[in-house]
Design a protein around this ligand. Structure first.
Ligand code: COA
Length: 432
């Protein structure tokens, strides 16, 4: 049988494909821009045919159908990352949430959660019978090696990407052809505060550095400030639209990279059609599974690795809270700690946590004497390096507790510096 015959023999309608799912199954699906919505729709429309099926993924950009009242008892939902589409359900106990470093998710899936079925998006096969996982290699790539049932939605809007995203059609059990535009993540307009944070971060980034840019508004602000740099590299769990101009203009050319020189290495793409078109058939972009891209030892093989991520709160010891607001799960650890540690281990590397100095219309300081009760520390005080706000840069590594507090108070919003200083003095005088 040639690949065309094999492909044809595996073609099904979405309604036929979902019949491969059994009651009690655990199903891992692609997330973000790689969400296989055509197959998910068929699962949702036929929900009454299923019992106790658990859907596992990172986050969905639109609604999460698996938390709706009508599917209860038929489907349940289990996420690795809270977002607007599942946050309430996680806080309310309707959805489950698992926290672990992103590079560990593939092994947690394979060895602990053990899904039987995997569902993902791919682009149509090329002339040799290879499809591509498109925007998302991340945790989904390795599911092809251990899930019993492997279902792909073939969608012409999925970009053809290379690296480990390229898969032969023999890796799948069934294909459902369904063309539909991918979910998109538009970049919000930058605020002046974000621009200033971007400028402060850019002052820590040197020509020839290799970058990781995290999630949230700040990465795009940084990209805007990097236009005059040279020979930057990119090795990042994810990217948004912000990097496209930098690669097109040659600022990011990966020429100084010590791992995958000449190539941009990514785990997933999280942007708009502009980004999808840019990575489509682009031999300079390579997608790899997250257990590789995010492994601190792999990250560290890039010299001068600089990670840039954001957070919710930092206390005066430098403990960083990035994914909880009190008891509520706001997002997830993602690859923050993977990259903080990898960058720290890299020769010439450094890690940056960048954030506005305040939240909620300047009413709350994000630099605090004590983190909010029930919040979880994401990046520990032992891992932290640079903290950046619109007011400047605090370098914490190797600093005493007193000096950390002094550095952080300097970059806090002026409205809160006095109360932070009083708390700091009280704390240390009581100890004397
Ligand atoms: N107290 C209370 N609320 C706070 C707060 C604080 N200290 N800090 C932020 N918030 C609120 C904001 O007011 C905002 O609320 P709103 O959505 O109601 O407006 C919300 O939290 C998000 O703040 P914002 O600064 O706009 O977030 P962002 O989109 O820039 O994302 C993180 C920031 C920290 C949530 C995000 O970077 C993250 O999830 N990080 C952890 C994962 C990670 O770093 N992964 C690495 C690579 S992907």
């Amino acid at each position: 049988m040639n690949w065309q015959e094999e492909y044809k023999s595996k073609l099904m309608t979405a309604n036929e494909a979902v019949k491969l799912i059994k009651d009690g199954d655990k199903i891992v699906t692609s997330f973000g821009c790689g969400e296989p919505r055509g197959i998910e729709r068929a699962m949702f429309e036929n929900y009454a045919d299923f019992k106790d099926v658990e859907i596992i993924n990172m986050l969905l950009l639109g609604d999460t159908p698996w938390i709706k009242d009508e599917v209860r008892g038929h489907f349940s939902y289990h996420s690795f990352f809270a977002s607007h589409s599942n946050r309430k359900a996680i806080s309310g106990g309707i959805a489950d949430f698992t926290t672990c470093h992103f590079y560990e998710i593939p092994s947690v899936l394979k060895n602990v959660i053990k899904p039987r079925v995997t569902v993902m998006s791919v682009c149509p096969p090329d002339e040799d019978g290879y499809v591509s996982l498109g925007t998302n290699a991340d945790y989904i790539e390795s599911t092809l090696s251990y899930c019993e049932v492997k279902i792909a939605q073939v969608n012409k809007f999925v970009p053809r990407t290379f690296g480990k995203a390229r898969k032969h059609i023999s890796a799948f059990d069934c294909f459902v052809e369904c063309d539909e535009p991918l979910p998109e993540v538009p970049s919000p307009a930058l605020t002046d505060v974000e621009r200033q944070i971007g400028a402060n971060c850019a002052s820590l980034i040197h020509d020839g550095d290799c970058l990781q840019l995290g999630i949230g508004g700040i990465p795009n602000a940084i990209c805007e400030q990097l236009k005059n740099k040279k020979d930057l590299g990119l090795h990042s769990e994810m990217v948004g639209d912000g990097v496209v101009d930098l690669i097109e203009s040659g600022v990011i050319n990966n020429s100084k990279k010590t791992l995958h020189p000449g190539k941009t290495v990514l785990g997933f793409a999280f942007g708009t059609r502009r980004l999808f078109d840019f990575i489509d058939n682009n031999p300079d972009i390579e997608m790899y599974p997250i257990e590789y891209v995010n492994h601190p030892m792999i990250i560290a093989l890039n010299n001068n690795m600089v990670s840039v991520n954001s957070c919710i709160q930092v206390d005066l010891m430098g403990q960083v809270v990035s994914d909880t607001i009190g008891i509520d799960q706001f997002s997830g650890v993602g690859g923050q700690v993977d990259f903080v540690r990898g960058a720290t281990m890299s020769r010439g590397g450094r890690s940056i946590i960048a954030m506005p100095s305040t939240a909620r219309g300047n009413t709350i300081s994000k630099i605090v004497t004590k983190i909010t009760d029930h919040s979880a520390v994401t990046t520990t005080r032992n891992d932290v390096n640079y903290i950046v706000t619109e007011y400047g840069i605090a370098q914490l590594k190797g600093k005493t507790m007193k000096d950390r507090a002094r550095e952080l108070i300097k970059i806090a919003h002026p409205n809160f510096r006095e109360e932070l200083t009083e708390a700091f003095e009280r704390r240390f005088s009581e100890k004397l």
